[in-house]
Design a protein around this ligand. Structure first.
Ligand code: 9MR
Length: 362
């Protein structure tokens, strides 16, 4: 398994003012704000019930096929839109729901792009998987290089998580609450949240999300945890701890960023997925791509890897969603030259596409 280092995103230029109250309990007003863009958020009402009906972690039909999408491209490119709508029923916003996009200032929330994307998805009957509430990357510029009073960042994060989950409640009920919490050795990654809040930030964020939307399905999402490794052992320990402490958690997203030379074998992959599922969690494929060299041989090898993962998902009832990180090689965080996705840059189906389709359907 190869480590994948996500690259920084470009800044989001246009922000409209909104107000984020730095007070506990912002969620209900955010929810009441409904679909409005850049809605003001103020402190309110007591938190919702902490528990909710247990969402099924076993699906009935085949896994839902999804892709991460660029909202810019979805708005501007008809071929991109058409290709997506012809084949996909679920999406994950690639960037517009990240903190640098939605929290342009400590006291402002910006929902314009995310709301536009969610409206578009609902119009086209496409499910939206929210991504990502708490992550050590794509942080707003105002957060860097400043000192925090004790408890200050934790209160801000509580307000943020509750306001965002509350704002989208009923429209987006699936969330990557904590993204990439682990380092390669399986311990908690030393990001801003760990440094300023401590290891409890993971459980805190999940609890806040549940308070803001008792019906939400809450995920931890991570890369390089698909095979046998220290990181996988670390993830199992983290999840067991959270479950043991009664922290609300419904699923694990296996990002599955692979290459033709770094990928888990069939038995290793399936055994790992079963171990996560045994904790009573949904175990989804959340961001798959497979970087490949040019040429037919690599395209076929790439297709074999996609087939292996899609078939493992299909055969595991806990795996409800098979999502790739993009869908055409024209738009991928890895760059077109890595040709990691199921459609070529010209939008033609690759062997990988046929492999995914047949594996999910069988
Ligand atoms: O695809 C995203 C890219 O456009 C951004 O620049 C990048 C910023 O780090 O994030 C990419 O998406 C990442 C996802 O949010 C979390 N897992 C890894 C993905 C690929 O880096």
């Amino acid at each position: 398994m190869g480590a994948v280092a996500p690259v920084p995103s470009p800044p989001h230029p246009v922000f409209v003012k909104a107000f984020l109250a730095l007070a506990v309990g912002a969620a209900a007003v955010a929810a009441a704000a409904g679909c409005r863009d850049d809605a003001p958020v103020a402190p309110t009402a007591p938190a919702q019930a902490q528990s909710r009906e247990q969402a099924p972690t076993r699906r009935s039909g085949p896994p839902v096929l999804g892709a991460a999408v660029s909202w810019d491209l979805m708005r501007s490119s008809r071929p991109y839109r058409r290709l997506f709508l012809a084949h996909y029923r679920a999406l994950t916003p690639e960037n517009v729901m990240k903190m640098d996009s939605m929290a342009p200032a400590p006291d402002r929330l910006h929902f314009t792009e995310a709301d536009g994307l969610v409206r578009w998805a609902r119009r086209h009957d496409v499910a939206v998987h929210g991504h990502a509430l708490v992550w050590g990357k794509q942080l707003p510029a105002w957060m860097s290089g400043r000192d925090w009073e004790p408890g200050e960042l934790r209160s801000w994060l509580e307000s943020y998580v509750k306001a965002v989950v509350g704002h989208f409640r009923g429209r987006v009920d699936d969330w990557d609450v904590v993204n990439e919490p682990l380092a390669a050795n399986g311990s908690l990654r030393r990001n801003l949240w760990l440094r300023e809040i401590g290891p409890g930030y993971v459980a805190d964020a999940l609890r806040w999300a549940r308070e803001a939307n008792p019906r939400a399905r809450l995920y931890v999402n991570e890369f390089n945890i698909e095979g046998r490794s220290r990181k996988t052992r670390g993830m199992l320990a983290l999840l067991k701890g959270l479950r043991g402490d009664g922290v609300p958690l419904d699923g694990l997203g296996l990002q599955t960023h692979l290459t033709t030379s770094f990928n888990p074998g069939r038995a290793e992959l399936r055994a790992t997925m079963r171990r996560y599922a045994a904790l009573g969690l949904a175990v989804d494929v959340s961001e798959m791509d497979v970087a490949a060299a040019p040429g037919r041989r690599d395209a076929l090898e790439q297709a074999r890897i996609y087939r292996r993962v899609a078939a493992a998902c299909r055969d595991l009832p806990a795996c409800g969603r098979f999502t790739t990180w993009g869908f055409t090689d024209a738009s991928t965080w890895l760059g077109t030259a890595q040709r990691p996705l199921p459609f070529s840059a010209a939008g033609e189906p690759k062997p990988a596409w046929r492999a995914i389709r047949s594996a999910l359907r069988r």
